[in-house]
Design a protein around this ligand. Structure first.
Ligand code: GYE
Length: 311
C-alpha cells in the first residue's frame, strides 16, 4: 500500500510539471527515436511536455528556450546542436530559476548553467569503434575514410578524438579523408561518393568510420553503387546501433556499431523529479552505456528486439 501510495504521490507530483523540450530535429533514426521515447516517458509520468523542433538550427533552439522561459515552464530539456554559444540563454533560464538538463550532447559552458547532462561517453564510443577496426585489420595496411557528425557538435569532436586514440600506435591504419556528413543518410552517401572517386574508385579504401549509423547506411549505398562490397571490400563501423544497421549487418554489409540508448529522458526526468522534490542536485553528468555489436551478435534478433523501442 505504501509503495502504491508513493507511486501515486510521485505521479501526482509530476502531474503538475510542465517541461519544455528543445529538440535538434530529426536528422537521424536515433534522433527520431529519442523524441518518441521522451514523449512516452513524459506521458507515463504525467508530465506536460512542450516540444520544439529546431530544424538543426541553434538560433531556433535559443528562441525555443526563451519561449519556454516566458511560459514559465518548470524545467527545460535541450539537445544542444553545437557545443558553444549557450551561455547567455542558459543564464536567462538560471535567472528565471528554471533548471535545464542537456540530452545526448555536451556544451562548453560553466556547468553551473545546467542541472545535469545525460549523455554517453563519446570519446569512449570512438575508441570502441577504433579498437574494433584495429583488431579486425591486424598488421595489414588500412586506409580509413571518416564521415564526421555535425561540425562543432560534441559527438563529432569526441568521436573523432576517441577513434584517433584507438589507432594511434598502429601506423598501418591511417585516416586518409575526413569530412562531415551531418549525421544524415543523404549527406553520408554524397560524401562517401566523393571519397570513392578520390580514392581510385574505392579500391584503395579499407574501411569507413561513420560517427552514426545513418551516415554509414548512406555510405553502404554509395559503396554498392560503385560496384564494391560493403562489409568485405570496405569495412563499415559506426555508432548508434539503430535497427537498420542490424539489417545491413545481417546482409554482411556492415561490420560493427556502438550502441547509444535513445532513452536519455528517463534518467533526466528521474533527476529532475528528485531535484524539484528535495533540491537534491544530481551529478553534473549522468553517463549512458556504450556496447559494441558485431555480426557475431545475431543481428536479425537484435533488429527485431530494437524495433519496439521507439524507432
Ligand atoms: O549519434 C546521431 C544524432 O547527439 C549523440 O546525434 C547524438 C547524435 C547521434 O544525429 O544519430
Amino acid at each position: 500500500a505504501a509503495s502504491a501510495l508513493s507511486m501515486l504521490a510521485s505521479t501526482a507530483f509530476a502531474a503538475s510539471l510542465t517541461v519544455g523540450f528543445s529538440q535538434i530535429g530529426s536528422e537521424s533514426g536515433w534522433r527520431a527515436a529519442e523524441t518518441t521515447v521522451t514523449q512516452n516517458q513524459a506521458k507515463e509520468r504525467g508530465i506536460d511536455l512542450k516540444f520544439a523542433d529546431a530544424q538543426q538550427k541553434q538560433e531556433n533552439q535559443i528562441k525555443a528556450v526563451r519561449g519556454f522561459i516566458a511560459q514559465g515552464v518548470d524545467a527545460i530539456l535541450i539537445a544542444p546542436v553545437v557545443a558553444t554559444g549557450w551561455d547567455d540563454v542558459l543564464k536567462e533560464a538560471k535567472e528565471a530559476d528554471i533548471p535545464v538538463i542537456l540530452l545526448d550532447r555536451q556544451i562548453e559552458a560553466p556547468d553551473s548553467l545546467y542541472l545535469t547532462a545525460v549523455t554517453s561517453d563519446q570519446v569512449h564510443e570512438g575508441k570502441v569503434a577504433g579498437d574494433w577496426l584495429v583488431k579486425d585489420v591486424g598488421a595489414k595496411p588500412c586506409k580509413v575514410v571518416e564521415l564526421q557528425g555535425t561540425t562543432g557538435s560534441s559527438p563529432a569532436i569526441n568521436r573523432k578524438k576517441g577513434f584517433e586514440q584507438a589507432i594511434a600506435g598502429h601506423s598501418n591504419i591511417t585516416i586518409a579523408r575526413s569530412q562531415t556528413g551531418d549525421f544524415t543518410r543523404t549527406k553520408g552517401k554524397e560524401v562517401m561518393e566523393s571519397f570513392i572517386k578520390a580514392e581510385g574508385g574505392g579500391k584503395d579504401i579499407c574501411a569507413v568510420y561513420a560517427h552514426n549509423d545513418d551516415m554509414a547506411v548512406g555510405a553502404i549505398q554509395a559503396i554498392k553503387e560503385a560496384g564494391l562490397k560493403p562489409g568485405t571490400d570496405i569495412k563499415v563501423v559506426s555508432i548508434d546501433a539503430v535497427p537498420d544497421i542490424f539489417l545491413a549487418m545481417a546482409a554482411g554489409e556492415a561490420n560493427a556499431t556502438v550502441e547509444l540508448t535513445p532513452n536519455m529522458a528517463g534518467p533526466a526526468f528521474d533527476a529532475l523529479e528528485a531535484y524539484l522534490k528535495d533540491k537534491k542536485a544530481p551529478a553534473k553528468w549522468i553517463q549512458t552505456e556504450s556496447k559494441l555489436y558485431t555480426q557475431a551478435d545475431d543481428p536479425k534478433a537484435v533488429y527485431d528486439a530494437k524495433k519496439g523501442l521507439g524507432y
